[in-house]
Design a protein around this ligand. Structure first.
Ligand code: IPE
Ligand code: IPE
Ligand code: MG
Length: 614
């Protein structure tokens, strides 16, 4: 992987001490909640790389909060449903603002922000929980499975996403792996059995009606807690079914996952298997109290797994990636321009969170410091073709959009690095006019990622002025809206100008300048005989963009792909092999240092050292 020596992952310092301790307390509360209400899940989370554990607690705490709100016995079903709805609405607004009054939502917001989790999917899972309201049950296993998957699969997928972020090649779309969906089925059924009492207290029975019929058990029998021979057989059948799914998933997934996730999966199968044993032993008590695995059994199963996991994460993750708490901070919310569309609903033009004053750059995760380069030697304008997202993802067996997602995270770090060295202009190629040739699915996912990055990324926390370079033609309205809104929200910033090229084409830009000049000539405003380079430049749609000093492309491609033909006419070119998602700010600094060693003659005979604006 990348260079790395003594990596000790540093926590973000971008929050005040008080905010950080609120965040730490929030994660601790999530952990406490998981440990006390779901000890098995908590034990399994301890097998994850330490860096990912706080987000696991936050995800699970949020999930069980949603579940509890709907399952609780307090109030009427309508009241419960309203409470969940309120919680979800509050979560959406917290996610937009980057902070929360509620500890679970604060931790979740921070995790979503920090790990680039898929918000939309998580909210859809919550909506699926909400839809249970008013439902009376499921007819057969197929309906049961739909319910299980819609509510549950998104959560483990977020864990996979985190593993990808720490450098592990794992599949993210678990829902496409039949072995995994079986695992979720086994888990969900075990969970339903061990907490059967809760459902019965709420007067709900979620076992498939056709299975109940087969065993001649009615929902009323269960709700009345009658331990008849039929009920006993039904429970025995269901525990057997759950066990079969869990074991089957282990066999099916044996060779598809790397060692670390396999240990977690194996231990989950063992632990949930032990829960099923406990359910069988509990007999009629399963109808009256939650069933838990005795501690000594849990320890016997988990002790060796913990030791193995610790070694495996150390060996398989890039140095320093495994073992630091991910207590980086989300952006504090400060009211700002009320212009951006709502990030989640896409409706209206509600608030843009913008930190005022902007926060200092977030330090590099290994504590790396920027090279000292005198301002006079810095390039004034660096432009980047962020290439290789798709190949990076495909190489890891992931869909291409995961590459774009990881690419957005890489850009965050590069922007921080640009701020740290005091760069004035950074221009990034995010979507070219040629990129419309890609599949509609990839294009729409790319726009969704871009949009959520612009709304929920850390851009607005720092001294970054955003400028959009490109054409609105053909772009979805919500993308245009958010680009314009964030341009507007950051217009007073004086630090780095980040030009994002979205729907940009170099030739189109030149043709537009030509058309503008022709119009001006026809109107008698311009004398064609006097069209100079300066006059031409003044008619470019983005005439304020300075000349590019350094043009960098990643992923080993040696071409410029219709990027900034006018502005980059004398740029120093820099090509590197790594795909964009593997880049971080150290690579930017390396490019800039290499630039300072170039001799920029610009046609002259003597060798002048590289300089920015001349
Ligand atoms: C660059 O990565 C990002 C965009 C073009 C949006 P690619 O998606 O081009 O990745 P590769 O070149 O196919 O690997
Ligand atoms: C250039 O990359 C455009 C962006 C990075 C947005 P492409 O991947 O689209 O370029 P080609 O197709 O390799 O030239
Ligand atoms: Mg490409």
């Amino acid at each position: 992987m990348r260079r790395s020596t003594t990596r000790s992952v540093t926590r973000s310092l971008s929050r005040s001490g008080r905010e950080r301790s609120a965040l730490d307390a929030a994660y601790d509360e999530c952990r406490h909640l998981v440990r006390t209400t779901r000890p098995t899940e908590h034990a399994l989370m301890q097998l994850m790389p330490p860096v990912a554990r706080p987000a696991c607690w936050a995800l699970y705490a949020a999930f069980s909060r949603a579940d509890d709100l709907i399952d609780s016995t307090e109030g009427t079903p309508e009241e419960r449903s309203r409470r969940l709805q309120e919680w979800r609405v509050a979560l959406e607004s917290d996610l937009a603002s980057g902070t929360s009054e509620d500890p679970i939502r604060l931790a979740l917001t921070d995790s979503v922000w920090h790990w680039g989790l898929d918000l939309g999917d998580l909210l859809a899972a919550m909506d699926a929980v909400q839809r249970d309201d008013g439902r009376t049950g499921v007819a057969n296993w197929q309906e049961w499975r739909e319910r299980a998957h819609s509510q549950n699969i998104s959560w483990p997928e977020q864990l996979m996403r985190m593993l990808v972020r720490v450098g592990l090649p794992v599949p993210v779309r678990l829902r496409d792996l039949p072995g995994f969906t079986r695992f979720v089925d086994g888990l969900f059924l075990t969970d339903m059995l061990r907490d059967l009492r809760e459902d019965l207290d709420a007067g709900q029975v979620w076992f498939p009606a056709d299975v109940m019929d087969r065993f001649r058990v009615t929902p009323a029998d269960l709700i009345a807690r009658e331990w008849t021979p039929e009920v006993r057989e039904l429970i025995a059948h269901l525990t057997g079914q759950a066990r079969e799914w869990l074991e089957g998933s282990r066999r099916a997934l044996r060779n598809t996952l790397p060692l670390g996730p396999s240990i977690v999966l194996d231990s989950a199968v063992e632990l949930f298997g032990a829960e099923l044993d406990a359910i069988v032993r509990a007999g009629s008590a399963v109808l009256h109290r939650p069933v838990r695995v005795p501690r000594h059994i849990e320890w016997r199963l988990l002790g060796p797994a913990r030791a193995r996991a610790a070694v495996v994460w150390r060996l398989t993750l890039p140095p320093g990636r495994a073992d630091a708490p991910a207590r980086t901070a989300a952006a504090p919310a400060t009211p700002g321009d009320a212009t951006a569309p709502d990030p989640l609903t896409g409706t209206g033009l509600p608030t843009t969170r913008i930190a005022e004053p902007p926060l200092p750059p977030r330090p590099h995760r290994d504590g790396a410091r920027p090279p000292a380069i005198a301002e006079a030697h810095l390039p004034q304008h660096v432009a980047i073709v962020m290439d290789g997202n798709g190949r990076w993802a495909t190489g890891l067996g992931l869909p291409r959009d995961e590459g774009h997602r990881a690419g957005a995270v890489a850009l965050r770090d590069v922007v921080q690095g640009a701020l740290e060295i005091g760069l004035a202009h950074l221009t990034v190629y995010a979507f070219s006019t040629e990129n419309w040739k890609r599949s509609p699915d990839e294009v729409s996912k790319l726009f969704a990622i871009m949009r959520s990055e612009l709304l929920d990324g850390e851009l607005l926390d720092h001294d970054v002025r955003l400028r959009w370079v490109g054409s609105p033609d053909g772009l979805p309205d919500d993308v245009v809206e958010v680009l314009r809104a964030q341009e507007h929200a950051t217009r007073h910033r004086t630090g780095l100008t980040l030009n994002v090229c979205v729907n940009y084409g170099g030739r189109a830009e030149l043709a537009q300048a030509g058309a503008a000049l022709a119009r001006a000539a026809l109107a008698g405003e311009v004398d064609p005989a006097r069209v100079s380079e300066q006059l031409f430049a003044a008619h470019l749609p983005h005439h304020a963009l300075p000349d590019v000093d350094l043009l960098w492309r990643t992923s080993g491609e040696i071409r410029t792909s219709n990027f900034l033909p006018w502005h980059a006419h004398y740029a120093e070119l820099h090509f590197t092999d790594q795909p964009w998602p593997e880049v971080d700010r150290l690579d930017l600094w390396e490019a800039v240092v290499a630039y300072t060693q170039r001799k920029r003659r610009k046609g002259a005979a003597s060798a002048a050292p590289a300089k920015g604006a001349e």
